[in-house]
Every structure is written in C-alpha cells, then in structure tokens.
Design a protein around this ligand. Structure first.
Ligand code: FE2
Ligand code: FE2
Length: 496
C-alpha cells in the first residue's frame, strides 16, 4: 500500500484546489491543478496518478476535451467528474470511457472521501483515521474460527472517536461477539483499503460454514431461500397463469423478505425510504419489494451464491430516486427534459453513495447491484457504460428483475402478461433491438429453469399460511405499537 499518491485536479476555476485540499485534510495526496486540456497535454511524461478529478463547469465541449486529453496522456488513471444539477451531461459520450465515476454536487464529504480512497488508495496512519476511511462490517460476519489479516476498529459515535479493537492475526471469540450484541453494537470497521482482505475472509468463512457449521446469518439466508422457493412453486406454470394468484404470491413473498430484512439489517428506516418513490398505495404496487422478491427468486433458480445480497440489492436498487424531487420519478422517463434525464441517470451512483454515508453494513455486492442496475450488457447503459461480465452478475439479474416487475405489475391499466409471455418479450427484444440490454445467456437460462420442473408444482397450502401471518413491511398500527412496548421489544414493523 502506498503512503502517498498524486492526484490530478482539472477545473477552470482555481478555487477547486482549495476545496479538495480542505476535503483531504492532512492525508498524503499531492495535488496538482490544471485548467485546460492543453495543460494536460503538456504534462511531464513521468507524471502518473491513479485518479484525475474534474470539476465540470457546465461547458460540455470543455469537459469532453479534458476527458480525451486525460485518456490519451494518462491511460490507466480513473476519472472522477463532479457536476451540478444545472450541468447537462452527455452520458452517451461519457460512457465511452471506462473507469469513470460521476458525483453530483453538492456531495457529502464522506461520499467524496470513500470514493477517493477506493480509486486512489493510500495507507492512512491510525492517528489520522476518520470514519469515512473505514468500511463497516457486521459483527456476526466476523464471528469465526478463522484469523483476520486486517485491523478491526470500533467507532464511538458519541465523541466521534475511532479505536483500534484488534490487530492483524486475531479473531473474535463468541464471548466478545455476545458482548457487542448485549451492548447493541452492530458494526465494527475495517480500513477501506482492507476491503479485499475482508472479502477473502468472508469467502473462507463461507467455505467453512458449508461444511456443516452454520452461523445464524447463513441459517437465516437459507431459511429465506427455502420459503421463497416454496412460494414460487407454480408461479410459472403457463398453462393456467392466474394474475390475482400471482399478486397473492407477491404479498406472501413480501412477508418472507420483510422478515429477513428486519432480522438482518438494523436500519429499518432505510427500507421505508427505498420503497417510497416507487410505491403506489392506491394500486398496491411496491416496485422495490417486488424487485427484491424477483431478484431473490432468480438467484435461487440459477443456484447463485449471495442470495441475501440479491434480496437487499433488489430492495435498495432505486434508493437514489428517493434523493430526487418527486417529479423525476412520478413522470415517465421519456417526458423528462434532457437536463432532467441526466439528473435521473445519477440515481444508481447517488444511491450507493448515500448508503455508504449511512454506514449500512451491506456487502460490496449490494453497492454493485445499486450502481450497475442500469448498465446494459452491450455497454450502452449508464452510469459507467461498462459491459458484459464487467457488470456484476447480480446487477445483471436485478436489471432483468426490474423489467420483469415492470411488465408484470408496473402497468395497472394494460393487458396482464404471464411470466412466460414476459420472458418471451424480453428475449425477443434483446435479439431484435439495436442495443443488447440484457445478458442473453442469463435470460434464457432463467426462462428454461422456470419451464423445468423446479418451479412447476403448485402447493397452495404454503401460500395461505404466509398470507395470514402479519406483514413486517406494513406500517405499525397503534395496537402493534402498544403490543411491542408491552413486550419491551424493538419494532418488528416499520414505525411511521
Ligand atoms: Fe433504477
Ligand atoms: Fe427499478
């Protein structure tokens, strides 16, 4: 890990240097400000940087020239563009370059810093560590017999202090884990630059659990998997597709998912927020939850690992919309102005950035799902224009689930399509349209799986039990609240 790095700043405004200086504080980045593409072209050949940060001034041709100059001069650098609402960004042009991140202004310091450390990692000494340099991890994920090869930190919210809890080559005992739980501590932290080491650790832990020892988290994921699978038996039986029945399956699925989420994540308010923009009380439509259910089911059908991440990612995929004014998501996309469209297209990035700020202890995959759910398989999507396998498989799946829900439930007036018809439409559109939106292999695999026996035999008994049990995603009533208080328990439903 490097102790210092170069950062190239590009802005027509000299005060940009001051702004970035104050954001990075005393971290060891050496900054250099250039003001035009000509200056970039004159850069010394020995100069290198992992990252160029551009402040867009609203002049599109200036921005494009600057990006082209960086691309030709600093081939391996990532580019971060900060832009304001007023700027009309041409996403088609921007997508042409990979390693491009867009951050909308005004941004929070934490969003900027965590992106910066991801793109230009440096070693931050303990005494300089701040919360935005750390990556939250769930305590239950650390509970294992395997040693970590990363430092673990505690964050004391009250006085904003960071303490080193345990160094490399240690492990958390069951007693320590219990102690944290007793004190209602949910998260510990690792350095952002240790994220990879943490993921390796999780991988070896999963290998260990699959040999018979299940942690409670894994057991919970397994339980949800089973229940969702049971629910969707018969859902794809095209010989007698019943729309009302499908709505009941979704209603029951919501309960399974709701229970899983409430038990998994401490931050229940986030889930109400993510549902708000795409929820329609009048029509009983709940896009966020539906996409979560379909992503889960698709991941199960394809036997993918990380089903839990598919569930949470599906639920949160559009959380960025909740940060936009209401007209952006209540009006059809095609009726937005060019400027509004470019703002709308920031929702995958701003959503992920927003959650990072909230320190939601989600896996990185969840962030990938949120960031990449509008990427197209052929690279014509947004915000980054990445393509093929560069897009995380669960993000490709979420994109299919997103459209699947739209076609099945999104249009309450239109004709009711069966899942089989929907798959046919999507497969066909992918083959005939000029842009290949979906991963065709994945799409056809899903289509085949649902036509196979796995989801074919309907068992109605299960469904009825799910529908009768209380809905954990429904707002808490006065009676619920009284009961909960009497139990002394935390909310089992969302508190409005
Ligand atoms: Fe979206
Ligand atoms: Fe969506």
């Amino acid at each position: 890990m490097r102790r210092s790095q170069n950062l190239l700043l590009v802005s027509s405004n000299a005060s940009f240097l001051k702004e970035i200086e104050s954001l990075i504080g005393d971290l060891d980045y050496s900054l250099r400000l250039l003001q035009s593409s000509e200056e970039i072209k004159c850069l010394d050949i020995t100069y290198n940087t992992p990252l160029a940060i551009i402040e867009s001034n609203g002049n599109e041709s200036w921005l494009m020239e600057v990006i082209a100059a960086i691309r030709s001069k600093l081939k391996s650098s990532a580019i971060l563009v900060t832009f304001t609402h007023a700027t009309v960004l041409n996403f088609t042009e921007l997508k042409a370059s990979s390693k491009m991140i867009l951050i909308q202004r005004p941004f929070e310091d934490e969003t900027f810093m965590s992106t910066l450390l991801d793109l230009a990692p440096i070693e931050v000494p303990l005494e300089k560590l701040k919360i935005e340099h750390l990556y939250p991890v769930r305590i239950s994920d650390l509970d294992s017999e395997i040693e970590f090869d990363f430092d673990i930190f505690i964050y004391l919210n009250a006085n904003k202090k960071i303490l080193l809890y345990s160094g490399k080559n240690s492990k958390l005992t069951a007693k320590q884990v219990q102690n944290f739980k007793d004190h209602n501590v949910q998260n510990l932290y690792v350095r952002r630059t240790d994220k990879l080491a943490f993921h390796h650790f999780i991988k070896s832990k999963l290998n260990e659990t699959s040999n018979g020892k299940f942690t409670s988290d894994a057991a919970r994921r397994e339980e949800m998997k089973q229940k969702i699978k049971e629910l969707f038996v018969g859902f794809f039986d095209s010989s007698h597709f019943d729309y009302d029945r499908s709505q009941e399956v979704l209603k029951a699925g919501k309960k399974v998912i709701g229970k899983f989420i409430l038990e998994t994540e401490p931050m229940v308010d986030i889930f109400e927020q993510t549902r708000a923009p795409t929820r329609d009380f009048a029509n009983n439509y709940d896009h966020a939850t539906n996409v979560s259910i379909f992503s889960t089911m698709f991941a199960i059908a394809l036997s993918l690992p990380d089903v839990g991440a598919a569930t949470i990612g599906g639920l949160l995929h559009d959380i960025g919309l909740s940060l936009l004014p209401v007209e952006f998501y209540k009006l059809p996309f095609d009726s937005l102005t060019a400027a509004q469209k470019s703002i709308y297209c920031t929702h995958p990035m701003s959503g992920a950035g927003y959650l990072r700020n909230k320190n939601l202890a989600a896996a990185d995959i969840v962030y990938s799902i949120i960031q990449q759910h509008h990427e197209n398989f052929d690279g014509t999507g947004y915000p980054l224009g990445i393509k093929g396998e560069e897009i995380h498989i669960l993000a490709r799946l979420c994109q299919i689930a997103d459209q699947f829900d739209y076609l099945l439930n999104g249009n309450s007036e239109g004709e009711k399509l069966s899942p089989k018809e929907i798959f046919n439409i999507m497969v066909k559109a992918n083959q005939t349209k000029t842009s290949i939106k979906y991963d065709q292999v994945l799409l056809e695999k899903l289509q085949r799986t649902f036509e196979s026996s796995l989801f074919q035999n309907m068992d109605k008994n299960n469904l009825d039990t799910f529908i009768e049990s209380p809905d954990p995603l429904a707002p808490e009533t006065a009676q619920d609240r009284a009961m909960r208080k009497a139990r002394g328990g935390k909310p089992w439903r969302f508190v409005k």
